[in-house]
Design a protein around this ligand. Sequence first.
Ligand code: AMP
Ligand code: MG
Length: 391
Amino acid sequence: MASIDPIGRNEVTGLANAAGRVAADDVSALVSLPPFPSSAMDGYALRSVDVQDKPPYELKVVGQSLAGRPFPGRPEAGEAVRIFTGAVMPQDTDTVVIQEDCNATGDSVVINIQPNVGDNVRKEGHDVRQGELVVKRGQQLTPFSIGWLAASGHETITVSTRPRVAVFSTGDELREPGSALGPGQIYESNRHMLRALLQHLPVEVMDLGRVADDPDETLDALKRASKQADAMITTGGVSVGDADFVADAVESLGTLEIWRMNIKPGKPFAFGRVGGCLFFGLPGNPVSAAITYLMIARPALVRLCGAEAGEETSTMARLTGPISHKPGREEFQRGRMRLSGTETRVSVTGDQSSNRLATFDQANCLIRIPKGVGSLASGDDVEVLPLFSLL
Ligand code: AMP
Ligand code: MG
């Protein structure tokens, strides 16, 4: 993570295309919101000096103030203005009494309660003041940041340029879904899964297809990817089998900085660089590819995108069944967590073999099992990471 530099290129984009992008600068409000004192409710705006005795009070209604259509005059002593939510407080008024606490009679209104000064009034800048920070540099823009940027007057925002991420899979056995399977062949899943995962990030995906288990083709693919992309993700061919050429190819063209991680699944994971292009070599087993993407490649890509890492939103949950685990490797199992009364419980989604994408069926979290611990019993507390927070 420390060795990964943000992409460092920026561009200006309209709000319509800004969701999910990363702010390249701090952004402050161009105007205050609301820009004027306004009513928070439907009712009557009055001058608190007129209601200092004992309710009920009878005031003369001299006009109305609607959202976007202010009352042009200035109420005198003993006068009130009919007002609606979001409307400008008329001059000299400082309090709104909600209509449920009033009786309107002809051109006057009876206030049945004793209001406090400032009741139901939003002060100017109550939400945000002009010049205040609304978006921080490095923040990934949510739909709510987009709303806030608009409310504070911004039509466009400067964001980090989307890094180009090339994806290719390796394996002689792989065929595209839709084609017929020959002997020993399976349908390719990793590349399709990764493309879908990458849609959650502000990156531009380049699909470089499938590459055969062949040293020259692997070298070619790595060269092509490194010329066109800021980062590449490959799957398969990175273990120690006779048909695994990826790690050697990276070493011959660039540098292999990490190879093999102490995690399960995902042990064969590799990281390096080819030219200026980051290389993430994910294992071929689909679950291993998914876990190493979520836990290693994705946080690194987020950093490449110029974003500050978000807080990890893990929590504790009680196991509903045992988990067998040998101390030595940190393990991530797929689980389903739910609230039961006041307790969060989590169950494992069946046989956790690393080829079984079926373990993601109904899964909504990963269960993190620290490398030091042994087998866990039903009722033990474990750390769980909600899947939505890892996307
Ligand atoms: P490898 O890491 O290349 O040794 O592959 C490990 C296992 O994952 C093998 O059973 C492969 O057939 C399978 N595999 C590799 N790549 C893919 C892929 N893209 N889609 C589905 N399965 C794959
Ligand atoms: Mg392979």
